[in-house]
Design a protein around this ligand. Structure first.
Ligand code: C2E
Ligand code: MG
Ligand code: MG
Length: 751
C-alpha cells in the first residue's frame, strides 16, 4: 500500500472516530452502544484488510519474475516479462542495454511504454500488443537512433485480475535498414529504366522470364513473371524465328558479347512495336545458376523513319513487295538461321511466261497491273518469316518455310499458276497467263543464299521456262548449267568477234527443179575453225537475251546478202530467216524488219520469216497481230516444222501464212509409211485449198522427191539438193543449177 492510500485511510479513521465521539456526546444515553459498535466495526475491518493484504502478497509473490532472470539474462534476443499492472517488469540484459537501463530499479511503466513504442498503458494499448502476432515497436535506443523491434507476446500466467506476459523481441533495425536501402536501389533502378525506357528481362531456366516493371508497362503485362510461350506469342510471327535463334544462342553460347536484334512485339496499346532486343547469356560463376538477360528498347519511331528509307531502298515501286535488295538481306539472314536452328526453307524463282507479249500487246500500264496482281497472288503463299519479292522485270522470288514436305514447292507453284491463269479475263482475255518456276532448298542446295538462289534460277532455265514449267534443282544439273554459263560468256564474245556467219540451204521448185529460195541458217565458226550448229547455242542465246543481237544480225545479213545476189545478176529468190519467240513478239518487230529492208534496199516480197507452230500458238491473238504487221510490209510468212507441234489444220484458217513447211520427220517415213504419206498429202491438199504453198524439209533422196511432187508439194529442201553452205559456195550452186536447167536467162521466182 502506498503513502497516499495510508494517509487517506488514517484520515478516514480520524474523521470516523471524531464523528462517533461527537455523536456519543450529543446522545449520552446511546454513547456506550455507539462506541462499542464503532470499535467492533473497526476491528472487523482491520481483520479483513489484513487477510486481503496477506492474500494479495501471496499472489504477487507467485507472479514474481525476478527469479527467471538467470535463464533469460544471456539470451541473444530482447525479452520482457511483465505483468499487466506493471507491478513487476523484468527486461533481460539485451533489452536493458538497448534502452540504456543500468539498474534493476527503473520505472516499469515508462520503460515498458518505450519498449513497446506506445504512448499510454490503457487497456487498448496493452491489448494491441497482446493480440498482435508481431507488434512492431519503434523507439529511440541508447545511441539515440531509432530501434525497431518486432514483439511476439504470449500469456504465461493469469491470476485473478493480473496477467503475466512474456514478450520476445526480434530486432529488425538492421534488416529494415538493408531493406530500405534495397528498396531505394530498386526504386532507383526502376526509375532509371523508366527514364531510359528500357525493359529488362531475366531468365534462369529459359522457360520463365522475370521482367522489370518497365517491361510490364511497355508490353501491358499483368505480372512481372511471364513464361516463354506467352512471351513468344507476343513476338510478331515473322520475327519469331529470329527470337528463337536469340534464345538458342543464349543457351548454347559461351560468348560474352551482347547481341542485338530487331523484333516486333505486341505492346500495351495492342499494336506491334519495334524493339531493339539486346541479349546476352550470363554465365554461372561458382554456384550461381546460368542466366539469360535481355533488354528491350522501343525504337518504333526510329523504325518508322527507317521504314520510309527502307521503302525507298527495299520496296519495289510497281508491285509494292520487297525488291531484290530486301530479298538478298532476308535471304542471307534466313540462310544463317537455317544453319543455326537446323531448319530449312524453299526458295522459289518465278518467271511470267512471255511477259514481253503481255507488255507489248496490252500496254505498259496493263503490264504493271499484271505484275502487281502476280505479286499479290505470290504474297498469299508466304509462310511466317517468309518473303515475296520482285527481283527484276517479270522475275519474282518466294521464300517459304519447309516443314518436311518435298511436294510443297510444286504444289505452291501449281496453285500460283492456277490463280494467275484466272486473271486472263476482261482486257487480258486474249492473253495466256502462265508462269514458270524453278526452286531449290536452303541450306542444302548451296553454300550461301546467293548460291541457292542461283540454283533455283538454274532449275528454272533447265525446265525450259515459258511453258508453265516447274522444275526443282538437282545437283546433277549443276555441270550442264555451269557449261551453259560458260557457253553464254563465249557466245557473247563470239558475237563481238564476228564469229557468227550465215549459211544458206537452197529451196527447189519441185515442178521445175530450179532454186526458188534459200533458208539462212546460222553457224558459229570458232577461231580454230570448229563449226557450231544452231541447236547448240540458239537456246542458250534465247534464255540469256543474246538472241536479240543474233537475230538482228540474221535479219540484216540475210537481206544484205539477198540484195547483193540480185545486184550480182542472180535471179530474184526468197530469203527465209528463222525467228524465235523473243524476236517475233517484240513490239517494234515491224519497224525492225522495215528498217532492215530499207537499209539493204531489198524488196519485202523477197524476205520470208519462218515461225514454228509452238511459237505462233503460245499467244495466238498476239501472234496473228504480229503476223499481219509483217504481211502489211509484204513479207512472206512460213510455218516451220509443221506437224511437230499442235498440228491443228484449223490454225491454217486463222494464221496469215503464205508457206507451210512439212517437218522432216514426215518426209523420212513417207516412202514406207502409208500413214505418213496420207497425212502429208492431206495437209498439202488442205493448204492448197487455202492458197498456202507447201515445202517439204529434209528431202534426202529422189524417191522422196518424186512422192512429194506427185502429192502436189510445191517446193523441196534437203541434202538431196544441198546442205546449208556459205554464200560463195551457194553461188557455185546457183551456177550449176542454171547450167543443169539449161536456161540462159533468169526467170521470176527461180533460177
Ligand atoms: P529449221 O529452221 O527447221 O532448219 C532446218 C534444219 O534442218 C537445219 O538444221 C538444216 O541443216 C536441217 N536439214 C535440212 N535438210 C536436211 C536433210 O535433208 N537432212 C537432215 N538430217 N537435216 C536437214 P540447222 O541448220 O542445224 O538448224 C537447226 C535449227 O536451228 C533450225 O531448224 C532453226 O530452228 C534453228 N536455226 C537455224 N538458224 C537459225 C537462226 O538464224 N535463227 C534462229 N532463231 N534459229 C535458227
Ligand atoms: Mg527454219
Ligand atoms: Mg524446220
Amino acid at each position: 500500500m502506498n503513502l497516499n492510500k495510508a494517509l487517506s485511510a488514517v484520515f478516514a479513521i480520524i474523521i470516523a472516530t471524531t464523528l462517533v465521539i461527537a455523536y456519543a456526546h450529543a446522545v449520552p444515553h446511546m454513547a456506550s452502544a455507539v462506541i462499542i459498535t464503532y470499535i467492533s466495526t473497526m476491528v472487523f475491518l482491520t481483520i479483513c484488510l489484513s487477510i486481503s493484504a496477506w492474500l494479495f502478497r501471496k499472489f504477487r509473490s507467485s507472479l514474481d519474475v525476478s527469479d527467471m532472470a538467470g535463464i533469460w539474462e544471456n539470451i541473444n534476443n530482447e525479452m520482457i516479462m511483465w505483468t499487466d499492472d506493471f507491478s513487476s517488469v523484468y527486461m533481460n540484459r539485451k533489452m536493458r542495454n538497448l534502452l540504456n537501463i543500468e539498474t534493476t530499479d527503473f520505472d516499469h511503466k515508462l520503460e515498458v511504454m518505450r519498449a513497446f513504442g506506445i504512448s499510454g498503458t490503457e487497456n487498448d494499448d496493452i491489448q494491441k500488443i497482446i493480440d498482435s502476432a508481431s507488434h512492431e515497436a519503434y523507439f529511440t535506443d541508447a545511441n539515440n537512433s531509432t530501434a525497431i523491434i518486432a514483439w511476439s507476446t504470449s500469456l504465461v500466467k493469469r491470476k485473478k485480475h493480473v496477467s503475466l506476459y512474456l514478450s520476445v523481441g526480434f530486432n529488425l533495425t538492421e534488416l529494415k535498414k538493408v531493406k530500405r536501402d534495397l528498396a531505394g536501389n530498386n526504386e532507383l533502378f526502376n526509375y532509371s529504366m523508366k527514364l531510359a525506357e528500357i525493359g529488362i528481362i531475366m531468365s534462369g531456366d529459359m522457360n520463365n522470364f522475370i521482367v522489370s516493371s518497365e517491361t510490364v508497362r511497355m508490353l501491358g503485362l499483368s505480372t512481372g513473371c511471364i513464361n516463354l510461350k506467352q512471351f513468344r506469342s507476343l513476338v510478331h510471327p515473322n520475327d519469331r524465328l529470329q527470337f528463337d535463334s536469340a534464345l538458342k544462342f543464349s543457351t548454347d553460347s559461351t560468348g560474352n558479347e551482347i547481341q542485338s536484334i530487331e523484333l516486333r512485339i505486341k505492346s500495351s496499346d495492342g499494336f506491334y512495336h519495334w524493339y531493339s532486343y539486346r541479349y546476352k547469356p550470363i554465365n554461372s560463376s561458382g554456384n550461381t545458376i546460368p542466366m539469360f538477360g535481355s533488354a528491350l528498347i522501343d525504337n518504333t519511331k526510329e523504325h518508322e523513319k527507317d521504314l520510309i528509307i527502307e521503302r525507298l531502298a527495299y520496296i519495289d515501286e510497281v508491285t509494292e513487295i520487297a525488291n531484290r535488295n530486301k530479298l538478298m538481306d532476308i535471304g542471307q539472314e534466313t540462310y544463317e538461321q537455317c544453319q543455326l536452328l537446323k531448319c530449312s526453307y524453299w526458295i522459289m524463282v518465278l518467271d511470267i511466261d512471255r511477259f514481253h507479249i503481255i507488255n507489248d500487246s496490252c500496254g505498259y500500264k496493263n503490264g504493271n497491273y499484271i505484275l502487281k496482281n502476280f505479286a499479290g497472288i505470290m504474297y498469299k503463299f508466304i509462310t511466317p518469316s517468309g518473303l515475296a519479292s520482285r527481283m527484276s522485270g517479270d522475275n519474282f522470288a518466294l521464300i517459304i518455310r519447309d516443314y518436311g514436305d518435298d511436294d510443297l514447292p510444286l504444289r505452291t507453284a501449281k496453285a500460283i499458276q492456277e490463280e494467275f491463269a484466272k486473271l486472263a479475263k476482261g482486257d487480258f482475255s486474249s492473253v495466256n497467263l502462265s508462269c514458270s518456276v524453278g526452286y531449290a532448298k536452303m541450306p542444302e542446295d548451296g553454300s550461301s543464299f546467293i548460291e541457292v538462289l542461283e540454283h533455283a534460277e538454274f532449275a528454272l532455265k533447265s525446265g525450259g521456262g515459258n511453258h508453265s514449267t516447274v522444275c526443282g534443282y538437282e545437283a546433277r544439273m549443276h555441270d550442264s548449267i555451269i557449261g551453259r554459263n560458260e557457253l553464254e560468256k563465249e557466245l557473247a564474245l563470239a558475237i563481238d568477234n564476228n564469229e557468227l556467219q550465215l549459211f544458206y540451204q537452197p529451196k527447189i521448185d519441185l515442178s521445175t527443179g530450179k532454186v526458188m529460195g534459200v533458208e539462212a541458217l546460222i553457224r558459229w565458226i570458232k577461231s580454230d575453225g570448229t563449226v557450231v550448229r544452231p541447236d547448240a547455242f540458239v537456246p542458250v542465246a534465247e534464255s540469256s537475251h543474246l538472241i536479240g543481237r543474233i537475230s538482228e544480225f540474221v535479219l540484216n545479213e540475210g537481206c544484205r546478202q539477198n540484195k547483193l545476189w540480185q545486184k550480182m545478176g542472180y535471179p530474184e529468190i526468197v530469203m527465209s530467216i528463222n525467228f524465235t519467240s523473243t524476236d517475233f513478239y517484240q513490239k517494234d518487230l515491224k519497224e525492225k524488219v522495215f528498217e532492215a529492208l530499207a537499209k539493204t534496199g531489198l524488196d519485202s516480197k523477197w524476205l520470208e520469216v519462218e515461225l514454228t507452230e509452238t511459237l505462233a500458238l503460245s499467244d495466238i491473238d498476239y501472234a496473228v497481230a504480229q503476223m499481219n504487221k509483217l504481211r502489211e510490209l509484204g513479207v512472206k510468212l512460213a510455218m516451220d516444222d509443221f506437224g511437230t507441234g499442235y498440228s491443228s489444220l484449223s490454225y491454217l484458217q486463222i494464221l496469215p501464212i503464205t508457206l507451210l513447211k512439212l517437218d522432216r520427220s514426215f518426209i523420212i517415213d513417207i516412202e514406207h509409211d502409208n500413214i505418213a504419206y496420207e497425212i502429208v498429202s492431206s495437209v498439202i491438199r488442205i493448204a492448197k485449198s487455202k492458197k498456202i504453198e507447201t515445202i517439204a524439209e529434209g528431202i534426202e533422196n529422189p524417191n522422196q522427191e518424186d512422192i512429194l511432187r506427185k502429192a502436189g508439194c510445191d517446193f523441196g529442201q534437203g541434202y538431196l539438193y544441198g546442205k546449208p553452205m556459205p554464200a560463195q559456195q551457194l553461188e557455185k550452186f546457183f551456177d550449176k543449177n542454171i547450167k543443169e536447167h539449161n536456161q540462159n536467162k533468169f526467170s521470176n521466182g527461180g533460177i
